[in-house]
Design a protein around this ligand. Structure first.
Ligand code: FAD
Length: 502
């Protein structure tokens, strides 16, 4: 039936050609600049700009913090389109059902989108591409998210890469990333056909933001989602923290990194733009960073590329150990300990500071992500997947590739991972990277009155020091949830058990 009616439609087009028109399906590419799929749609003819809140399919549902970000990002995108005389149409439901219907009814002859790399999204996109093409509509997909497609970087024998340094060397050898495209100057909107009006929903109807309780106050104070917010972040970073990034990036007590991760996650900015803006800021003298800072920063963007390479070839990266030897690992189930970790009540100040920063702002410094993750996995012996899940729900930059790769890296089960026996000591990490305790004092104010020498180990304070700082240990701030030496030994014993089962 479907094939017949489509054949009739194609024939009718030939007899009575319709003016060219297109549909751009926005997903994780919520921007106008350097968006080749959007540019192709706009160049083709009047365009229907569509976003579908994907609900109920096999894709992993967004966490709460990501839903908040998405809400603000869609609002920013709608305003940017409006400023160009265009409109963003919003729908919710299963794209596999919605998109073909919109395409058929609106009569567009080109559909464009930017590629995604997680398995359920790729499966959905392939199916849609096949169905739409069979029905006579051209579909074109483009790369907006990565410097290189995952399959463009390979070992000499053509295999996927498993180690970052050779990966990055090979990625650089692919060539200089293409120059970013400007936003289309003029964009003609194709209105939604009246027959589909009932399928469109308002921004409020998407109900992406929390109401009761409204826990997003800290997120609102911290971030400006959207393409303009992303561009502003990048400029500030290039003009300031890039200089000294190599050393400063490990300091949670300073604003020394770009904080572009959520903007990248939602495609409000792309890595080609970051790459070229960084290079030209240096060349024009607008940024004064040395080449080692620049190379370090670009290689961090490279870690993101590497994570996507891993995800593409290991679709279960968020749920299965990359190194299957870890399948035998004797994880503990300990809900009370997990909950104390989530709430930042472990009694280890830098761990608690990180988890509270995460809860309040939806972001956590990279060094502290490593410390908190190591603490959960090794000192508490809790499965990395439980931590990954918590980050997925609470991070505004929760990313299918980076989050899974980051957790597996810390667990030691990942590709090119930190060895399992490397166990971060939260006290020595705190003393090294938050020497004056500024980060801890900001997020764990109940112990702020302690001297710098005790701020990372309040249990060592004597009664007088605790009294002067207004602390009743075990009441106003917890005693340590686990002894560091015992926790470390337990973790190493567990690893040995895994090994003996080889
Ligand atoms: P910058 O230092 O300014 O780096 C620039 C960009 O490079 C980042 O925005 C990010 O896209 C990329 N990048 C930096 N470090 C890494 C890294 N180690 N791995 C991959 N890409 C990197 N990053 C996410 O974007 N989403 C996540 O869900 C996520 N979960 C993580 C979980 C754990 C347990 C760990 C250890 C790391 C995780 N990371 C994640 C990586 C890293 O912590 C963040 O990308 C970084 O902190 C973001 O801050 P920034 O934008 O200021 O980074």
């Amino acid at each position: 039936m479907r094939a017949l009616s489509q054949a009739a439609r194609v024939t009718e087009h030939h007899a009575n050609p319709m003016p060219a028109s297109s549909l751009h399906w926005f997903r994780d590419d919520l921007r106008l600049a350097d968006n080749p799929a959007l540019s192709a749609a706009v160049a083709h003819g009047p365009t229907l700009f569509l976003y579908i809140l994907d609900e109920g399919g096999s894709r992993r549902p967004l966490g709460g913090a990501s839903r908040w970000w998405l809400s603000r990002s869609l609002a920013a995108l709608a305003s940017a389109l409006e400023a160009k005389g265009s409109e963003l149409v919003l729908m919710r439901g299963d794209p596999a059902a919605i998109l073909p219907r919109v395409v058929e009814t609106s009569g567009v002859d080109l559909v464009t989108w930017s590629r995604r790399y997680d398995a359920p999204s790729m499966a959905l996109d392939s199916r849609l591409k096949a169905d739409l093409t069979a029905a006579g509509t051209r579909v074109e997909s483009f790369n907006a998210a990565l410097l290189n497609e995952p399959w463009q970087v390979a070992t000499k024998t053509g295999d996927p890469m498993k180690v970052f340094t050779p990966y990055w060397r090979a990625a650089r050898a692919v060539g200089e990333p293409a120059a970013p495209m400007p936003a289309p100057r003029r964009m003609a909107s194709l209105p939604l056909p009246a027959a589909l009006a009932a399928m469109a929903v308002s921004h409020a109807e998407l109900a992406l933001e929390p109401t009761r309780p409204d826990w997003a106050g800290g997120l609102r104070e911290t971030w400006t989602p959207g393409e303009a917010g992303a561009a502003a972040r990048l400029s500030e970073f290039l003009a300031g923290p890039l200089d000294g990034y190599g050393e400063g990036r490990d300091r949670p007590d300073r604003v020394a990194t770009s904080r572009l991760s959520p903007h990248l996650r939602f495609g409000e900015i792309g890595p080609r733009q970051i790459w070229h803006a960084t290079r030209s800021a240096i060349e024009s003298g607008d940024a004064s960073a040395g080449s080692s800072d620049v190379e370090k920063f670009l290689s961090e963007v490279g870690w993101r590329e590497f994570s996507y390479h891993l995800l593409f070839y290991n679709p279960d990266l968020a749920t299965e150990n990359f190194n299957r030897r870890f399948d035998a690992f004797p994880w503990r189930r300990d809900e009370p300990a997990l909950e104390r970790w989530q709430r930042g009540l472990t009694g280890y100040p830098i761990v608690d500071a990180g988890l509270r920063e995460l809860w309040t702002t939806g972001w956590m410094h990279n060094r502290v992500r490593m410390i908190t993750a190591s603490f959960l996995i090794k000192h508490l012996l809790i499965d990395w997947r439980q931590g990954e899940d918590w980050f997925w729900d609470t991070l505004v930059d929760a990313d299918p590739a980076n989050n899974a790769a980051g957790w597996q890296w810390v667990a030691g089960s990942g590709a090119d991972a930190s060895p399992y026996y490397r166990i971060f000591n939260p006290v020595t990490q705190g003393l090294k990277f938050d020497t004056a305790g500024r980060y801890v004092r900001r997020w764990v104010p109940e112990i702020a009155g302690l001297d710098d020498s005790l701020i990372h180990e309040p249990w060592k304070a004597d009664a007088g020091a605790l009294r002067r700082a207004g602390i009743a240990l075990g009441e106003t701030y917890p005693r340590p949830i686990v002894d560091l030496d015992l926790g470390r030994k337990r973790a190493l014993d567990a690893l040995a058990m895994t090994r003996s089962e080889d």
